[in-house]
Ligand binder design. Structure first.
Ligand code: WTA
Length: 668
């Protein structure tokens, strides 16, 4: 394992560094932007660095607390408690305080909180008062269904306002939400429901994607056959009609709109400890089993609130569009909690960017006057490929800031984004962070940072990041592993039900007070960070994290498969694409039909996001003498590179043969 990790990081780093070393373009903030920016003075870094606890406490104090904390940080590595003794409710901070008159807050009762457009073009706007009413009513509905503080609730919804309302209603009564991306399959949903022991599932009859109905409730029905913990299911009716669109099991299943008709308007918010769980979010790691990342309330809200204000330079009149689905952490932190805690107008869209045409996003920006746009490099690369004419036709003049997240952005995509979408006048913030970090960690501050295409630049004030080598020695200039050397408020607190994995996965590479994110990075002479991708067996396909082992487990689950090894190779739009090498059982016959069947099987086990681009059959897989599959060599094959060191192979002819076969297929 250790050698594999090293091999991959070294290989990736040397090739990526070559590209990045040639990148010398710099973009200082314009004087006009700087003049109006929320942060104009670089002294914020030094001040936060001298006393990070005070820095974070000042941000926390801008939230609404039910009881003040007694101590800012209790650090017992690798376990942290932030704002110890403080009592707070996340829904109060995202909704109530904006509708209260006076009290030192801007009254946003009639301001748009959520502006939504569905894929077919239907739309809705909820003011903060509307959101307050919906969240309260739905919180009461959950109580009626016997959901109590600490219970887990799974959310499997399309991007509609209900997704946000559901999260906030859980937070209001102290239930822990576990949102599962609607693109995950029934089996993947089942595993997540089961791991969290969710008591209730919130879903919709269907959602729209590229003109097709995605039948979410059907998937829930399949998933919960094996989940005795689930007592109730709530179904959002996507089109509001009275037509029966899915199976409704009497006593277990309830229509959202019916529950809301009967629910009372006011639901007293639960007094939550700062360290009470707010949510669990599953993400892929290096084993076949996804990890339930645990986030708590006070510190998490502080982190997402601070970063929303400073990284996105948020102003009262902004229309903020983060294109992430609610099923990912970016949706949690920068669709729901960060912007709503800030009282922002959040725009959300249900469907695909190329539906019905490839200019849908640009039309939406024009129609709703979006001012801040935050998306992923994979989307930017797709826009580039589709052609400059699509954004050129729309009026994008309302935009004033652009963001990128989820994977390394190649300099060409960055420059295209800045030029064709930002028209050269919007700062671009490339923000590095993870499900585990909760909030943005390494990022420009748009009013003061000179940005460089491909670099996430510097640690956010109050965050301590460094580059370390294998042994934990600090590298001032050069490549290594990124490390976070001090606790931060939005950090994960544990892995749900597996604290041991939390300790070994994140806090055991070096000292137990240094966090290991698993990313390779290079630091330049000016101290800026350039991210190079994962150094472990986690892939990043179209901005989605997928473990190689997860896909391997899905493949060997198929009756025809004896063994599978999964690697990724570079892809010009998705960043990485999945390639699987498969050894069949004796009875199985190779065929194009079987390839399709295996692909479908992976989709069934995980979801379409994990569908392998290529599947190659092989009589044998390259192994070391001790029987370990050498993925490094398979990666060389998939990338079309010369094979690396083969001295530890048990039988070198296996790999030579595979390479030849792969090249024949590629060439055909
Ligand atoms: C990658 C998404 C380079 C990284 C918020 C990290 C990035 C993983 C960037 C986390 C970026 C995210 N530049 N790489 N700006 N942002 N990553 O948990 O490898 O879905 O470890 O969180 O995405 O993915 P996750």
């Amino acid at each position: 394992m250790e050698t594999l990790v090293k091999d991959k990081s070294q290989k990736q780093q040397s090739s990526s560094i070559d590209v990045l070393l040639q990148e010398g373009r710099k973009f200082p903030p314009s004087p006009e932007f700087k003049k109006q920016a929320n942060v104009q003075d670089v002294s914020v870094y030094a001040k936060a660095d001298q006393d990070p606890e005070t820095f974070w406490a000042e941000w926390a104090a801008r939230l609404e607390w039910m009881k003040p904390w007694k101590k800012v940080l209790d650090w017992n590595p690798p376990h942290a408690k932030w704002f110890v003794g403080g009592k707070i409710n996340a829904s109060v901070n995202c909704v109530d305080r904006h509708v209260h008159a006076g009290e030192g807050h801007v009254n946003r009762r009639n301001k748009a909180a959520i502006v939504w457009e569905g894929e077919p073009g239907d739309s809705r706007t909820l003011t903060y008062w509307d959101l307050y009413r919906e969240v309260n009513c739905f919180a009461n509905a959950l109580k009626q269904l016997d959901v109590r503080k600490g219970d887990r609730v799974a959310i499997y919804l399309p991007m509609t306002p209900e997704a946000i309302i559901a999260c906030l209603a859980c937070a209001r009564i102290g239930a822990v939400h576990s949102v599962v991306f609607g693109g995950f399959s029934a089996e993947a949903l089942r595993d997540r429901i089961h791991d969290a022991q969710a008591k209730l599932v919130i879903t919709a009859d269907y959602g729209w994607r590229r003109g097709k109905q995605i039948l979410l409730k059907n998937a829930v029905d399949d998933a919960i056959k094996d989940c005795p913990s689930v007592k109730h299911v709530v179904i959002v009716k996507r089109d509001g009609s009275s037509a029966t669109t899915c199976h409704v099991k009497e006593g277990r299943d309830h229509w959202w709109h019916r529950l809301m008709q009967d629910a009372e308007l006011v639901c007293e918010p639960a007094e939550m400890d700062a360290e009470d769980m707010l949510y669990i979010l599953y993400t892929s790691g290096t084993t076949g089993k996804p990890k339930g990342i645990v986030h708590t309330t006070g510190g998490y809200l502080t982190g997402v609130y601070a970063t929303t204000q400073w990284v996105f330079d948020l102003k009262e009149e902004d229309v903020f569009w983060c294109t992430a689905d609610i099923g990912w952490v970016t949706g949690h932190s920068y669709v729901v909690y960060g912007p709503l805690a800030s009282g922002a107008t959040v725009f959300i869209y249900e469907g695909a960017p190329d539906w019905p045409e490839k200019d849908r996003f640009w039309k939406l920006i024009e129609k709703y006057g979006v001012t801040i746009f935050y998306t992923a490099p994979t989307a930017i690369r797709a826009f580039m490929k589709w052609g400059d004419e699509w954004p050129a036709r729309a009026n994008l003049s309302t935009l004033r800031l652009l963001g990128s997240v989820g994977e390394p952005i190649n300099p060409e995509a960055w420059v295209w984004y800045q030029h064709h979408i930002g028209k050269g006048k919007c700062p671009v913030v490339d923000t590095w962070w993870q499900t585990e970090t909760g909030s943005i960690m390494i990022t420009p501050l748009p009013g003061i940072t000179t940005t460089k295409p491909g670099s996430a630049t510097k640690a956010f004030p109050g965050i301590s990041a460094e580059v370390l080598d294998e042994m934990g020695h600090r590298i001032d200039v050069g490549g290594g592993y990124v490390a976070i050397t001090k606790p931060w408020p939005a950090m994960l607190r544990t892995i749900y039900g597996d604290d041991e994995r939390y300790v070994t996965q994140y806090w055991s590479k070096w000292k137990n007070n240094v966090y290991f994110p698993g990313d390779g990075v290079k630091r330049d002479e000016e101290g800026d960070f350039w991210f190079l991708g994962r150094v472990d067996d986690v892939m990043n396909v179209a901005g989605h994290r997928i473990g190689t082992m997860e896909v391997e487990s899905a493949l060997v689950d198929h009756h025809a498969v004896a063994e599978a090894a999964v690697v990724s190779r570079r892809h010009d739009v998705k960043g990485e694409a999945i390639v699987a090498f498969v050894t069949l059982r004796e009875h199985a016959k190779k065929s194009s039909h079987l390839v399709q069947d295996l692909r479908d099987h992976v989709v069934k086990k995980i979801g379409a996001l994990a569908r392998p681009d290529e599947i190659l059959f092989s009589a044998d897989l390259p192994k070391t003498r001790s029987g370990k599959i050498m993925r490094r060599l398979l990666r060389d094959i998939a990338e079309g590179k010369a094979l690396g060191d083969m001295t530890t192979l048990a039988d070198p002819t296996v790999i030579e043969h595979l390479k030849q076969k792969y090249e024949e297929i590629e060439g055909s």
